[in-house]
Design a protein around this ligand. Structure first.
Ligand SMILES: C[S@@+](CC[C@H](N)C(=O)[O-])C[C@H]1O[C@@H](n2cnc3c(N)ncnc32)[C@H](O)[C@@H]1O
Length: 154
Protein backbone atom coordinates (compact mmCIF):
# COMPACT_ATOMS: atom_id res chain seq x y z
CA UNK A 1 0.00 0.00 0.00
CA UNK A 2 1.10 3.60 -0.54
CA UNK A 3 2.91 4.06 2.79
CA UNK A 4 2.34 7.83 2.86
CA UNK A 5 -1.41 7.29 2.44
CA UNK A 6 -1.34 4.70 5.24
CA UNK A 7 0.44 7.14 7.57
CA UNK A 8 -2.04 9.91 6.64
CA UNK A 9 -4.98 7.64 7.48
CA UNK A 10 -3.43 6.68 10.83
CA UNK A 11 -3.00 10.38 11.67
CA UNK A 12 -6.45 11.60 10.62
CA UNK A 13 -8.84 8.75 11.40
CA UNK A 14 -9.44 7.05 14.76
CA UNK A 15 -11.54 4.28 13.20
CA UNK A 16 -12.14 2.83 9.73
CA UNK A 17 -14.59 4.67 7.46
CA UNK A 18 -15.53 4.85 3.80
CA UNK A 19 -13.02 5.70 1.07
CA UNK A 20 -12.99 6.30 -2.69
CA UNK A 21 -9.90 5.72 -4.87
CA UNK A 22 -10.00 7.73 -8.12
CA UNK A 23 -7.79 6.03 -10.73
CA UNK A 24 -7.31 2.86 -8.69
CA UNK A 25 -5.05 1.06 -11.20
CA UNK A 26 -4.72 -2.57 -10.05
CA UNK A 27 -6.93 -1.82 -6.98
CA UNK A 28 -4.09 -2.68 -4.61
CA UNK A 29 -4.72 0.27 -2.26
CA UNK A 30 -8.45 -0.57 -2.33
CA UNK A 31 -7.65 -4.14 -1.24
CA UNK A 32 -5.28 -2.92 1.50
CA UNK A 33 -7.86 -0.52 2.90
CA UNK A 34 -10.43 -3.34 2.98
CA UNK A 35 -7.90 -5.36 4.99
CA UNK A 36 -7.85 -2.43 7.44
CA UNK A 37 -11.67 -2.72 7.74
CA UNK A 38 -12.42 0.29 5.55
CA UNK A 39 -15.26 0.23 3.03
CA UNK A 40 -13.51 1.22 -0.17
CA UNK A 41 -14.66 1.82 -3.75
CA UNK A 42 -12.15 2.15 -6.57
CA UNK A 43 -12.78 3.48 -10.07
CA UNK A 44 -10.55 3.69 -13.13
CA UNK A 45 -10.86 4.32 -16.86
CA UNK A 46 -10.03 0.60 -17.23
CA UNK A 47 -13.23 -0.24 -15.36
CA UNK A 48 -15.39 2.28 -17.23
CA UNK A 49 -15.04 5.54 -15.29
CA UNK A 50 -13.35 8.31 -17.25
CA UNK A 51 -12.20 10.96 -14.78
CA UNK A 52 -12.00 13.59 -17.53
CA UNK A 53 -15.74 13.71 -16.85
CA UNK A 54 -17.52 14.54 -13.60
CA UNK A 55 -18.09 11.44 -11.49
CA UNK A 56 -20.48 11.14 -8.57
CA UNK A 57 -20.51 7.78 -6.78
CA UNK A 58 -23.78 6.18 -5.69
CA UNK A 59 -21.91 5.20 -2.50
CA UNK A 60 -21.08 8.80 -1.52
CA UNK A 61 -20.46 10.60 0.77
CA UNK A 62 -16.98 9.36 1.70
CA UNK A 63 -14.76 10.11 4.71
CA UNK A 64 -11.70 9.99 2.47
CA UNK A 65 -11.19 10.45 -1.27
CA UNK A 66 -7.73 9.79 -2.67
CA UNK A 67 -6.19 9.83 -6.13
CA UNK A 68 -2.62 8.74 -6.69
CA UNK A 69 -0.57 9.33 -9.85
CA UNK A 70 -3.59 10.23 -11.97
CA UNK A 71 -4.19 14.02 -11.93
CA UNK A 72 -1.06 14.84 -13.98
CA UNK A 73 -2.57 12.73 -16.80
CA UNK A 74 -5.96 14.49 -16.67
CA UNK A 75 -6.54 17.51 -18.94
CA UNK A 76 -9.45 18.86 -16.92
CA UNK A 77 -7.82 19.06 -13.48
CA UNK A 78 -10.52 21.38 -12.08
CA UNK A 79 -13.14 18.76 -12.93
CA UNK A 80 -11.24 16.05 -11.03
CA UNK A 81 -10.91 18.34 -7.99
CA UNK A 82 -14.67 18.99 -8.13
CA UNK A 83 -15.24 15.22 -8.34
CA UNK A 84 -13.14 14.81 -5.17
CA UNK A 85 -15.02 17.62 -3.38
CA UNK A 86 -18.55 16.46 -4.25
CA UNK A 87 -17.92 12.83 -3.25
CA UNK A 88 -16.67 13.86 0.21
CA UNK A 89 -18.60 14.34 3.45
CA UNK A 90 -18.38 17.73 5.16
CA UNK A 91 -15.05 17.63 7.05
CA UNK A 92 -13.88 14.64 4.96
CA UNK A 93 -10.23 14.48 3.88
CA UNK A 94 -8.59 14.18 0.48
CA UNK A 95 -5.13 12.84 -0.36
CA UNK A 96 -3.41 13.32 -3.73
CA UNK A 97 -0.08 12.05 -4.99
CA UNK A 98 1.21 13.13 -8.37
CA UNK A 99 4.50 14.05 -10.04
CA UNK A 100 5.86 17.55 -9.86
CA UNK A 101 6.74 19.55 -12.99
CA UNK A 102 10.41 19.20 -11.92
CA UNK A 103 10.19 15.39 -12.23
CA UNK A 104 12.32 14.45 -15.24
CA UNK A 105 10.85 10.92 -15.41
CA UNK A 106 7.21 11.89 -15.95
CA UNK A 107 5.42 14.31 -18.23
CA UNK A 108 3.74 16.35 -15.52
CA UNK A 109 3.29 20.10 -15.82
CA UNK A 110 1.87 20.50 -12.30
CA UNK A 111 3.43 22.62 -9.58
CA UNK A 112 2.43 22.80 -5.93
CA UNK A 113 1.21 26.35 -6.46
CA UNK A 114 -1.04 25.35 -9.43
CA UNK A 115 -2.55 22.57 -7.37
CA UNK A 116 -3.08 24.78 -4.30
CA UNK A 117 -4.84 27.37 -6.48
CA UNK A 118 -7.35 24.85 -7.89
CA UNK A 119 -7.94 23.28 -4.45
CA UNK A 120 -8.58 26.55 -2.65
CA UNK A 121 -10.85 27.84 -5.47
CA UNK A 122 -12.89 24.67 -5.03
CA UNK A 123 -13.32 25.53 -1.34
CA UNK A 124 -11.04 23.03 0.39
CA UNK A 125 -9.63 23.93 3.83
CA UNK A 126 -6.39 22.95 5.64
CA UNK A 127 -4.60 22.55 2.29
CA UNK A 128 -1.05 21.27 2.63
CA UNK A 129 1.37 20.53 -0.20
CA UNK A 130 4.88 19.18 -0.15
CA UNK A 131 7.38 17.82 -2.62
CA UNK A 132 9.84 15.02 -1.94
CA UNK A 133 12.24 12.79 -3.82
CA UNK A 134 11.44 9.10 -4.13
CA UNK A 135 13.49 6.33 -5.72
CA UNK A 136 11.36 3.96 -7.81
CA UNK A 137 13.17 0.67 -7.39
CA UNK A 138 10.83 -1.43 -9.57
CA UNK A 139 12.29 -3.53 -12.38
CA UNK A 140 12.40 -1.44 -15.57
CA UNK A 141 12.08 1.81 -13.62
CA UNK A 142 15.05 2.36 -11.25
CA UNK A 143 14.97 6.15 -11.21
CA UNK A 144 14.17 9.11 -8.98
CA UNK A 145 10.84 10.90 -8.90
CA UNK A 146 9.79 14.26 -7.53
CA UNK A 147 6.51 13.49 -5.85
CA UNK A 148 3.95 16.17 -5.15
CA UNK A 149 1.58 15.47 -2.24
CA UNK A 150 -1.54 17.49 -1.48
CA UNK A 151 -3.91 16.94 1.43
CA UNK A 152 -6.81 18.88 2.87
CA UNK A 153 -10.32 18.93 4.22
CA UNK A 154 -13.78 19.75 2.80
C1 LIG B 1 0.11 5.24 -12.54
S1 LIG B 1 -1.46 4.46 -12.38
C2 LIG B 1 -1.76 4.70 -10.64
C3 LIG B 1 -2.62 3.65 -10.05
C4 LIG B 1 -2.88 3.75 -8.55
N1 LIG B 1 -3.62 4.95 -8.22
C5 LIG B 1 -1.60 3.70 -7.76
O1 LIG B 1 -1.29 4.65 -7.04
O2 LIG B 1 -0.89 2.69 -7.87
C6 LIG B 1 -2.56 5.62 -13.16
C7 LIG B 1 -3.97 5.09 -13.30
O3 LIG B 1 -4.79 6.18 -13.76
C8 LIG B 1 -5.73 5.65 -14.65
N2 LIG B 1 -6.24 6.73 -15.51
C9 LIG B 1 -5.55 7.45 -16.43
N3 LIG B 1 -6.37 8.32 -17.06
C10 LIG B 1 -7.60 8.16 -16.51
C11 LIG B 1 -8.88 8.75 -16.75
N4 LIG B 1 -9.05 9.69 -17.69
N5 LIG B 1 -9.92 8.33 -16.02
C12 LIG B 1 -9.77 7.37 -15.08
N6 LIG B 1 -8.59 6.75 -14.81
C13 LIG B 1 -7.52 7.14 -15.53
C14 LIG B 1 -4.97 4.59 -15.42
O4 LIG B 1 -5.85 3.66 -16.02
C15 LIG B 1 -4.12 3.97 -14.32
O5 LIG B 1 -4.75 2.88 -13.72
Amino acid sequence: MNTYLKKFIEEKFKKPGKALDLGAGDFFDVACLKQLDWKCEGVDVKTGVNLEKYFLSRKRPFDLVFSNYVIHKIQNKKQLIKTIFDNLKEDGWFFIHTFDKKDKNSRSNLTASDLRKILSKQGFKNIKTRMFSYYDNEEGHKHWHKILEATGKK
